[in-house]
Design a protein around this ligand. Sequence first.
Ligand code: SF4
Length: 372
Amino acid sequence: EEEFVVTPWEVRGRVDYDKLLKHFGAKPLTSGEVALLEKYAGEVHPLIRRGFFYAHRDFDFILKWHGEGRPWALYTGRGPSGPVHIGHMVPWILLKWFSDKFNLEVYFQMTDDEKFYDDPEMKLEEATNWAYENALDVIALGFTPDKLHLIIDTKDIEPLYPIAVRVAKKLTWSTVKATFGFTDSTNIGLIFYPSLQIAVAFLPTELRREATPVLIPCAIDQDPYFRLARDIADTLGYPKPTTLYSKFIMALTGESKMSASNPDSAIYTLDDEKAVKRKIMNAYTGGRPTAEEQRKYGGNPDICPVFHYHMLFDPDDSSVEKIRQDCRSGALLCGECKLKLHEKIAKFLKEHRDRREKARGKVDQYRLSQKI
Ligand code: SF4
């Protein structure tokens, strides 16, 4: 069996998602939880229905909490070290859905500090500028300033810092070392940083002065942070954060996760039309070497990034199912399948870019410290 590695900084090899769950100790999402979600939301988002979000910690708890009419909030974040690709946007799309369906406020952390600590080449101003640029992609999803609270770490530290200080006092060097694999040459910024990422989980409770747990939809590699947050929540008098975990977005080149060092592995929101088309048409597929073989034996959508993107971005279940079946039967050839995908992505990006430009100059209206 192939080995794989998953940490908040690295994903390598072909990931066995069940094994990963067991390793982290999170739970698989069951039909019971999905049914409860449907009861409250009136529907289930395709990203959950199709099993892309597949695991959780206490998702059942927060739904019941909601059922009791108690307050909760949403939390996610982004390490702003470069442009946003459409894979980054997938959990944000779900976040917006939750915010709309449950009328929830979103705390969105831009970790410019962490990106500065982590990348020897990165200038601090550069990371902060990326935070502003990336915020446009978040706002473009349709958020209003009363629902989206941006926290750019180096700009909006004030409400967070007292909480981070309390968190830091509960975390020992041996714990963070074991959790994140820090070494003697890790800079002390990176060592302190987990307390800031954890602090946001407790921020809504502080701001509202009543227990307000958060739901964090994110990729499963972020689990170590929130496992720590859950371990210390009680002793600090905060409710434990709850999480909903996704698998990774496949790279267009076929790897388990997209990499910033290979721009062809992902479609960026600002890629021009030519680049988008080129990347999709050159993508790795689960297809056969020749059209004849494809017609005869069919392709394999399970290992195919082109199918993966159809699954992520097509809201219509029957259209996705048809692609799966036609791929398997050999009725669909990869070239045609890629053209269909290109059509969907190009439309999504065109609308997204218009909304993104409209958000320019408005980021400060969304910053938490400007509102409290
Ligand atoms: Fe992938 Fe589509 Fe080819 Fe099937 S037909 S292998 S889904 S590109």
